[in-house]
Design a protein around this ligand. Structure first.
Ligand code: ARG
Length: 572
């Protein structure tokens, strides 16, 4: 189904083409009317004619019958008001459309999304929260659009720290190491290894030798390394379950996965004549990257000690995602500080011919999560804040809120609901912030049932569901013609019709907050409708019309939230 905006655009296009072929009607939602076309100015300018006159001529030639009413406003805007018959028939269509007007892609493709990416034997922190939650929403969105989504959880599972981590594991004994890691005490494990490494030269030496064994493929060393990786992945999986995100252990395709491809990366760059020696390391200088002193910046492909680094792995990953996975879109949901790393790596990949023009590659970057002092979120002792503790705190506070509201649920059910509310709170606060911006992690604000919050939207949905519960087994069906006479009802209907446009904005900008803005606005439209248009005390056609609006609103809220990875419980 085309969006309402597309329909208006298509109907206006011939009248614009008549004057200036290929000119753009520029149709947008507006507060002045339902939509506005702002394309007249450009046409008038290129013809050297007064805009109002051009506007009148376009109106005279545009066929908007059955769709909208048009009026020239101001210096030459076209105010478009949708006709009642169009609103009514569209709304009826929505009652039976599972996709609520959102079209599937004509040509689906493979979308590779690199997200979450915590590091083995290190705690997941709030930075990983953003990557995980945003990546999960994008995953759900593209799947819904019909694409084939491949998640790549690029966990940090390789590199020199593994020498000391393995030695520490041996010192502790496998069993106690495993039990420490299994309960998710990753930070203390890592720290203890680090402390020994810094203080004890013999331990440091053992660790260095262990790195050599690991890189050389020694089987016992690999077994010990596997333990660290598996334990960590199992722990990450618990966090994912708590968050209710789609990632599975099979998606954990970490840095080590690319090990076997790294020698080819070097050889092929060399064969292409791109490789240079710099301080004993093998590097490529992509064009246009310089440091503060204006000197060219290298991408280090192989270090002086022959080891491969983060950039080499990401080069291999690009090759794999283009050549093997056949990605149409490669998305990297990673914090803003890594912007330059990606730009440089991709630049090298383009120079090497590994990244064709028709592949869309994008750094889906995001801002920081801040503490109440507006600085990077840290605990009082200066440690990074553990993601699980935040979630647990959110669940506890949702439970307290339920008790305070006089919830009659049994303890177990209350915990289930509290968990859903906590997830809604934490995810929505994250997703409703414009991606690039920082936000303050303020649990009290996030979890409030009023305001622009996840719980508010989930509650709006549950309230509507309670209307349907009160209907019992009463049969009803959408009337053939909806009058939408009450302004708040019309306003709500218009909002419902805009859902596909919100999805389009979410997709184009990889911007979940666009959908959040839409859903919050829709919930407010519903509230004012519900205040002005009693449902259960209405009768006949009017009752059916109002029920139709309730029904489509509930479905829209629930589908919209689900694309953000947020559950909409039936009852709250
Ligand atoms: N593990 C890295 C970190 O915690 C993020 C990896 C992002 N993905 C990538 N392909 N480099 O910062």
């Amino acid at each position: 189904m085309p969006t309402t905006r597309d329909l208006l655009h298509a109907r206006l296009q011939p009248a614009f083409d008549r004057l200036v072929p290929g000119s753009d009607p520029v149709v947008r939602p507006s507060d002045k009317a339902d939509y506005q076309s702002n394309g007249v100015m450009a046409v008038a300018k290129s013809l050297g004619r007064p805009p109002r006159e051009v506007a009148e001529e376009i109106v005279a030639h545009a066929d908007l019958s059955g769709l909208a009413n048009v009026e020239v406003a101001g210096p030459g805007f076209l105010n478009l008001t949708l006709s009642d018959e169009f609103l009514s028939s569209r709304l009826r269509e929505l009652t039976t459309d599972d996709r609520l007007g959102v079209a599937r892609r004509d040509e689906p493709g493979v979308v590779v999304i690199d997200y979450s990416a915590p590091n083995v034997a290190k705690e997941m922190h709030v930075g990983h929260l953003r990557s995980t939650v945003i990546g999960d929403a994008l995953s759900r969105l593209f799947t819904f659009l019909g694409d084939d989504v491949i998640a790549r959880n690029h966990i940090g599972d390789w590199g020199t720290p593994f020498g000391m981590l393995i030695e520490h594991l041996l010192d502790m004994g496998e069993d106690s190491a495993v039990s420490e890691l299994a309960i998710g005490d990753l930070n203390s494990f890592y720290k203890a290894a680090r402390v020994k490494f810094d203080a004890d030269e013999a331990f440091a030496e053992r660790s260095r030798q262990r790195v050599v064994l690991l890189q050389g493929g020694d089987s016992e060393t690999r077994r010990l390394w596997r333990i660290l990786v598996d334990q960590s992945v199992a722990y990450f999986q618990e966090v994912y379950a708590k968050l209710d995100v789609l990632l599975t252990p099979a998606d954990a395709v970490g840095e080590s996965y690319y090990n076997d491809m790294l020698a080819d990366v070097v050889a092929d760059l060399d064969a292409a004549g791109l490789l240079t020696e710099s301080d004993g390391a093998k590097v490529v200088f992509p064009e246009g990257f310089v440091n503060r002193e204006g000197e060219p910046l290298p991408v280090i492909v192989q270090k002086k000690d022959d080891g491969f680094g983060y950039a080499a792995t990401d080069l291999a990953a690009v090759r794999d995602r283009v050549g093997h996975l056949k990605g149409r879109d490669l998305l990297y949901v990673v914090g803003a500080p890594q912007a330059q790393h990606f730009q440089m790596v991709w630049s090298v990949a383009r120079m090497a011919g590994w990244l064709p023009e028709n592949v869309h590659i994008e750094h889906v970057s995001f801002g920081n999560v801040l503490g109440p002092d507006r600085k990077i979120f840290k605990t009082r002792s200066g440690d990074t804040v553990k993601l699980v503790s935040l979630l647990d705190e959110a669940i506890a506070s949702a439970e307290a809120a339920l008790v305070a509201r006089g919830s009659l649920l049994a303890t177990e059910e209350r915990l289930v609901l509290a968990t859903q509310i906590a997830r809604a709170a934490v995810k929505y606060a994250d997703l409703s912030t414009e991606r690039q911006r920082d936000y303050v992690f303020d649990l009290e604000r996030m979890i409030a049932f009023e305001g622009d919050t996840g719980p508010y939207l989930a509650y709006a949905h549950a309230r509507i569901q309670s209307i349907f519960r009160r209907l019992g087994d009463e049969q009803w069906s959408a009337p053939v013609h909806l009058t939408l006479a009450e302004p708040s009802a019309r306003h709500l209907a218009l909002g419902l019709l805009r859902f596909p446009e919100a999805i389009e904005e979410f997709t184009q900008g990889l911007a979940p907050h666009k959908l959040c803005v839409y859903l919050f606005d829709l919930a407010q439209r519903f509230t004012s409708f519900y205040e002005n248009c009693p449902v259960l005390s209405a009768e006949g056609e009017l009752r059916a019309e109002r029920l139709t609006l309730c029904f489509v609103t509930a479905r829209t809220l629930s589908l919209g939230l689900s694309l953000l990875g947020i559950e909409a419980p039936e009852q709250m």
